[in-house]
Write a protein that binds this ligand. Structure first.
Ligand code: ATP
Ligand code: MG
Length: 342
């Protein structure tokens, strides 16, 4: 019997979680920008990528391999599709976990057409043998296909047509240097600023045929944790609320009321984030307190605290991890409207 029906949702189920859930996947296809001009923000990355792609097109060549690094929901898959579209090349999508055997990768590589864009998502999760095959494929457009087993096995070299590998990873540092070095260009994707997120929301609202005031969009943007995927998800929840409880139009008041229902606060913290902060402030005077003690106080696993709640709290400058334990910052006291005692 399961008594524990109060468990927090997993990272993917949270309204402010950055990992895509089923509904996200269904609607994201419709909301994805199709070319670089439509892609909002990431000015540096856009300018750099634009040069790489334009130059390759002008030379009539295949674009250099591109590595996209950035947190979930910042637009890596979107950019890979844009790269293929801008190069007017076909796109093949696979992922590190899907190519566990070198043979899987050989099969994909040997069926690529000239100029094709191969998107390898979560490239840091590829197996070692596949990774080594990829080195040669990226550099020399060649793979050795092993035929047979044991002492009788032979390597048959196979020429590949030139292709563009687009790798995606949450952090470039997770890749072994030899792999990282084989990319001609690495795009580091940053979290989005509030104005950029407002533009994302206005654009998505237009596509979803939802009316939004500038203040309504700004309210949602401020709670989106710098992440377009979260902005789009909050927009859909606010739209529901506006439809059911009002005339369908998203204003600041409607956005505030809707997100209060979903317990996403003005800064994008949800119930779990606030529970962690509140325990830290109210029970431990702001810390320092050990992780295990803090986890017990909020009734969560240590991993839930470190992996689900803390990254955003740290990024927002509300919590610090110190050698002596977790410490709340002055901003945390202000955000919860509390005053340090003693
Ligand atoms: N710059 C942008 N402008 C407009 N919409 C964007 C932008 N970046 C991302 N989005 C939207 O956010 C959603 C998530 O983007 P995407 O799937 O590309 O993220 P991702 O980095 O691949 O995430 P993951 O790491 O989970 O695979 C998409 O629906 C897309 O429409
Ligand atoms: Mg993706």
């Amino acid at each position: 019997m399961n008594w524990d029906d109060t468990t927090e949702p997993t990272a993917a189920e949270r309204l402010v979680g950055s990992v895509a859930d089923g509904e996200d996947q269904a609607v994201e296809a419709a909301l994805r920008p199709r070319d670089l001009d439509e892609f909002i923000g990431q000015e540096k990355v856009r300018e750099q990528l634009d040069l790489v792609l334009r130059a390759a097109r002008a030379r009539g060549a295949t674009a250099d391999h591109v590595l996209l690094s950035g947190a979930p929901g910042l637009g890596k898959t979107t950019l890979s599709m844009i790269i293929a579209a801008e190069m007017e090349a076909p796109l093949r999508i696979t992922s590190g976990p899907a190519v566990q055997h070198a043979g899987d990768l050989a099969a994909i590589l040997s069926s690529l057409q000239e100029g094709e864009v191969l998107f390898l998502d979560e490239i840091h999760r590829m197996s070692r043998p596949a990774e080594e095959m990829l080195y040669m494929a990226m550099e020399d457009f060649r793979v050795d296909v092993i035929v047979g087993k044991g002492p009788g096995a032979t390597a048959i070299p196979l020429e590949l047509p030139p292709f563009t590998l687009v790798g995606a990873t949450v952090r470039a540092g997770l890749l072994p240097p030899p792999l990282r070095d084989r990319f001609g260009f690495t795009a580091h994707m940053e979290f989005y600023g509030p104005t950029e997120l407002e533009r994302v929301i206005h654009r998505s609202a237009r596509l979803l045929e939802v009316r939004t005031t500038p203040e309504g969009a700004a309210e949602i943007a401020g709670r989106s944790r710098g992440t377009p995927r979260i902005a789009n998800r909050l927009l859909r929840r606010v739209r529901d609320y506006a439809q059911v409880r009002a005339d369908g139009r998203i204003t600041r008041e409607i956005a505030e009321a809707a997100l209060a229902v979903y317990e996403v606060d003005a800064r994008g913290l949800d119930r779990l984030d606030r529970a962690v902060l509140e325990a830290l402030l109210k029970l431990f005077g702001g810390g320092p307190v050990g992780l295990s003690t803090l986890a017990v106080a909020v009734g969560e696993e240590r991993e839930t605290v470190t992996e689900v709640a803390e990254p955003f709290l740290v990024r927002e400058g509300l919590l610090a991890r110190t050698p002596r334990g977790r410490v709340a910052t002055p901003a945390a006291w202000r955000h919860l409207g509390l005053v340090p005692s003693g």
